[in-house]
Design a protein around this ligand. Structure first.
Ligand code: PMP
Length: 361
């Protein structure tokens, strides 16, 4: 089988042009006679590539100079723990807005390092809707407010950045980063595991307001401190060189696609097409999320009869539609529509869904 349409939630589809370039350059990168993975991160070639990747990301996301860009490791999960260590002192409170599985996890991993105040939660609504901003019980003394703009499993997304006044807003953008323009100034810190919209797993991209790096929360090893990573250009130790390189290729690809405004338009069109197919199926397919909070990136849906799930998965896979199985917490299906998934893939999916419904009516 050749390339399929890949709806994986993550690690997820990468742009084909990026993979092809990486393939072309694999054995002899940049005239060096070796792959990018086989050379020093302190060499001239790698440093130039790394700086270009950062510059391209800064241009794409219009990142102001008073923000540092870090290329880190540990997955988003490690930073669930490391963010409170860096941004909060002993005994400080931090607000968590929990709107799904990943927000829950962020709060629980933070709990050993900061007093977690769950300022709002969508749990009572089974994470199918967002708690309205006016109901949030924010603590004015909080070191920061943490939220998850897009919940990858529950498929709920904030379509506006919440206002938290002077308290820095921290966003886990693992599953929505670079899917639309971002107003960086609204945030204190943005972080994302790379494996959905940026590149391979094992890389975390962080954008952090420099003044927050001066908050030396508590005694800790240098390797855990973001200020040290920033001072060392994210080369305090050996970075994920392969991930950084692929991220750089993706940033360049995004620029060639017209940047984040163009991606936002495509992502909107893709999501609309799929939700319209679900909503227009007469109940054959269902998405349980409040329409105002539906995710453009992750679309969970169920079939009217769960007994058809196995057939749906087997037939979709045979039709070249990969990874539609839903997360085990919710069951059913999920289609992830990250930047690298083209409109053509979503067309193929909705055609398949209509055809399946006819055949298994
Ligand atoms: N946050 C979100 C929103 C995610 O979707 C994920 C992974 N699916 C994570 C955090 C955890 O990321 P990692 O596996 O990189 O630690």
């Amino acid at each position: 089988m050749g390339r399929v349409w890949n709806f994986s939630a993550g690690p997820a589809a990468l742009p084909q042009a990026v993979l092809e370039q990486a393939q072309r350059e694999l054995l002899d990168w940049n005239g060096s006679g070796a792959s990018v993975m086989e050379q020093s991160h302190r060499g001239k070639r790698f440093i130039a590539m790394a700086e270009q990747a950062e510059a391209d990301l800064r241009e794409l996301a219009a990142i102001p100079d008073d923000y540092a860009v870090l290329f880190l490791q540990g997955g988003a999960t490690q930073h669930f723990a490391q963010i409170p260590m860096n941004l909060a002192g002993e005994g400080d409170v931090a607000d968590y807005v929990v709107t799904g599985h990943w927000g829950e996890k962020a709060a629980s991993e933070a709990a050993p390092y900061v007093k977690v105040n769950v300022a709002a939660s969508g749990k009572a609504a089974q994470y199918r809707a967002l708690p309205p901003r006016e109901t949030w019980q924010l603590d004015p003394r909080a070191a920061y407010v943490h939220y998850t703009p897009n919940e990858t499993i529950h498929g709920v997304e904030f379509h506006e950045v919440p206002d938290t006044g002077e308290v820095p807003l921290v966003a886990d953008m693992s599953s929505d980063i670079l899917s639309a323009p971002i107003d960086v100034k609204r945030f204190g810190l943005v972080y994302a595991g790379a494996q959905k919209n940026i590149g391979p797993s094992g890389l975390v991209v962080m954008i952090v307001r420099r003044d927050l790096l001066a908050r030396h929360g508590r005694p800790m090893a240098k390797i855990l401190r973001y200020a040290e990573h920033a001072a060392a250009g994210s080369m305090l130790n050996t970075p994920n060189t392969w991930g950084w390189y692929l991220a750089g290729l993706t940033f360049r690809w995004l620029k060639a696609q017209g940047g984040l405004a163009a991606m936002a338009e495509r992502n909107r069109a893709k999501a609309e097409l799929l939700y319209a197919a679900i909503d227009g199926s007469g109940g054959y397919y269902r998405n349980p999320v409040d329409p105002a909070a539906r995710s453009r990136m992750n679309v969970p849906f169920t079939l009217h009869d769960g007994a058809l799930d196995a057939a749906f998965l087997a037939e979709s896979e045979a039709a070249g539609l990969l990874a539609l199985k839903g997360h085990k917490a919710l069951g059913g299906m999920r289609a992830s529509l990250y930047n690298a998934v083209p409109l053509e893939a979503v067309r193929a999916l909705v055609d398949f869904m209509r055809d399946f419904a006819k055949r298994h009516g």
